[in-house]
Structure formats: structure tokens, C-alpha cells
Write a protein that binds this ligand. Structure first.
Ligand code: ADP
Ligand code: MG
Length: 320
């Protein structure tokens, strides 16, 4: 049987030298922020049966646990530095831990983001990560920074993760290949770190956030914080490749209010259109212009021809 400390040593403590002055093993990790840089800090918790199904693939769960956290750094325009991992495990299962840590470190290494500490306890499966990043003071892409007249942009595509969920719930009939493709978006989201960094340089963008609970609800946070309204061209929303083959009504609902997309929604002044496209190019991320920030409060939907659309949509809320 693995002890708590064997488990940490075997699966989470790595021999390689890291960026931290002191990593796993003492009461605290020690890091020295680069002089004049600001720290960006965020936590995200993944709870079994709430954020993922019982029996979820451990490799993908390792990836997703860190991906949703890196996505928050991306949304702020911060460069990842390191993270802590607080784990509650029902048992010290070496097969599960091997898969989980492999998925976790594959993504961590791709972003040069070091595991510097954490906590391990027995309990219902629960994964809580805190990430640390850095950015230039004044360059963070804050939710309260949208300005009237800004374009609204979306990275990548939306809705395939929600479509995968609809497939599991039998809300929508999907063939196996389509469901598998959409499910990959749900289980292996791509944090848009390089895009966030490019947008925060100069800076190109004003406000940004990552879409975890559906665009409509999340964009609402930018509007509330920035005391503005917006019009969204619903048919301009970039649908995931599987969702793009579905009927118009489903496409509209799942792009506008899907969830689990982990794409960036950001605003930028019209003069920055070329710079936004360039940020997309240098980061290898598609960016699509989907609407406009306006002085009139509220969120309005229009079709491509400009006709108003009455979509009854709302974001995801864990307590309603
Ligand atoms: P403490 O008793 O001070 O809470 P622990 O004995 O729980 O410390 O942890 C020992 C060391 O292992 C600490 O440096 C802690 O940060 C690290 N650690 C514990 N769990 C994990 C984990 N799941 N991933 C990474 N590091 C961990
Ligand atoms: Mg402890």
C-alpha cells in the first residue's frame, strides 16, 4: 500500500531542476517573482459527479484539471509560472495516479508550468489546483475594462463540449464518431495561453475572460463589470466542427450558451482589428469577431441580416 508521502514522491515530485527556489518537500514552496512583474493567481476545483463523471479517464482528468486553471491565466494575459495541487483521493490507486500525473505533466511541461506543492488527503475524488502566473503591471485583461464601441471577439470554436454532454444525456442523437470528436473538446480543453499573452502585449485587447459557463453568462460578467451592454451576431459565433453539422437552433443555443469551452471572449477597440488578427496568427489560434460593446445596458442578439433574435438563454449556475 502506498503511503501519502510515497505517493507524492512517486507521482508528483520530479527530479528535474525547476524555476522555484524551493519546490515540493517543505512547508511552503518559495518563488521569487521577476522584478517589477505582477503575480496572477487563480484556483479551480474539479469535483467528481459535478465537473466530471465517476470513472473518468485519469489522463484526461489530469489534463483538464490544469487546463481550466491555465485558461484563467490566459484570460488575464498572464504567463504561467507554477501551480499547487490539492488532491482528495478515495484510494491510493497507482494505475489512476500514473494516468492522472501523466496527463497533468504533459500539459504542465507544454506550458513550462511547474508543480511546486500541494496537499493530499483521503476523501471523495476532488482536485483543486491553484496556478501562479506573471504579467506586466497594468497589462492584465480585466473584466471591467471593456469600452463602448469595442469589438467582441471569440477564440477557437464554441459548443462542441456542450454537444458532447447532450450526447451523454441523450438530448441529441450523435453517431459514435461525432460523439467521440465532441467529447474530446469536453475532456481535453486547450487553454489559450499564447493568445492571451499576445493580446496583453501593448496591450491589444481591453477586457477578456475565459468561457467556462457559456458565452452569454460569461460575457454578462464583462458587461456588468464594465457597466455596458452588447449586441451579439449569433450566427457569427464559430461553432465546433461537430456542432456545425447540427440544426440551426441547436447551433445557436450551444454556441451562445454551451459551457466547458475554455475559449477566450475578449473586447478590443476597432483600431486594433489588424493587431487582434496578428495575435491570432502568432499564437496559432483562430479569432472571430462576433459583436459590439454598447452603452445601452443588456445583451441583444441579432441574426446575420441584423434582425433581432429572441433567444431564451442563460449561463450555467451551480446553485440554480
Ligand atoms: P503539510 O503537513 O505542511 O501540509 P504535507 O506533509 O501535506 O505538508 O506535504 C509535504 C510536501 O508535499 C509539501 O511540500 C506539499 O506542498 C507537498 N505536497 C503534498 N501533496 C502534494 C500534491 N498532491 N502535489 C504536489 N505536492 C504535494
Ligand atoms: Mg498537509
Amino acid at each position: 500500500m502506498l503511503s501519502e508521502f510515497d505517493l507524492i514522491k512517486q507521482f508528483f515530485q520530479r527530479a528535474r531542476p525547476g524555476r522555484a527556489d524551493l519546490g515540493i518537500g517543505d512547508d511552503c514552496a518559495l518563488i521569487t517573482p521577476a522584478s517589477g512583474r505582477q503575480l496572477a493567481i487563480s484556483s479551480d476545483m474539479l469535483v467528481e459527479d459535478r465537473h466530471f463523471f465517476k470513472g473518468a479517464d485519469p489522463f484526461m482528468l489530469g489534463h483538464k484539471s490544469l487546463a481550466v486553471n491555465l485558461s484563467d491565466l490566459a484570460a488575464m494575459g498572464a504567463r504561467p509560472l507554477g501551480f499547487t495541487l490539492a488532491l482528495a483521493l478515495p484510494a491510493a490507486d497507482p494505475v489512476w495516479l500514473e494516468g492522472f500525473s501523466r496527463g497533468l505533466f504533459a500539459l504542465a511541461d507544454a506550458h513550462d508550468c511547474e508543480l511546486i506543492g500541494g496537499d493530499t488527503t483521503k476523501g471523495p475524488l476532488n482536485i483543486c489546483i491553484t496556478v501562479f502566473g506573471e504579467l506586466a503591471p497594468g497589462h492584465a485583461l480585466r473584466r471591467d475594462a471593456a469600452r463602448v464601441g469595442d469589438d467582441i471577439w471569440i477564440s477557437g470554436t464554441l459548443g462542441d463540449a456542450r454537444l458532447a454532454l447532450a450526447g451523454y444525456w441523450k438530448e441529441v442523437a450523435l453517431d459514435d464518431a461525432d460523439h467521440a470528436q465532441a467529447a474530446l473538446r469536453m475532456h481535453m480543453p486547450t487553454p489559450r495561453v499564447a493568445l492571451g499573452l499576445a493580446l496583453a502585449q501593448q496591450p491589444v485587447a481591453h477586457a477578456a475572460l475565459d468561457i467556462s459557463d457559456g458565452l452569454v453568462g460569461d460575457l454578462g460578467h464583462i458587461l456588468a463589470a464594465s457597466q455596458a451592454g452588447a449586441t451579439l451576431d449569433v450566427d457569427a459565433l464559430p461553432a465546433g466542427p461537430v456542432l456545425a453539422r447540427q440544426a440551426l437552433d441547436l447551433r445557436r443555443r450551444f454556441t451562445a450558451a454551451g459551457g466547458d469551452d475554455y475559449e477566450l471572449c475578449f473586447t478590443a477597440p476597432i483600431e486594433q482589428r489588424e493587431a487582434v488578427l496578428e495575435a491570432g496568427r502568432v499564437s496559432g489560434t483562430t479569432v472571430t469577431r462576433v459583436g459590439r460593446i454598447e452603452a445601452e445596458p443588456g445583451l441583444r442578439f441579432v441574426a446575420t441580416d441584423g434582425a433581432p433574435l429572441d433567444l431564451k438563454l442563460s449561463g450555467w449556475d451551480h446553485f440554480s
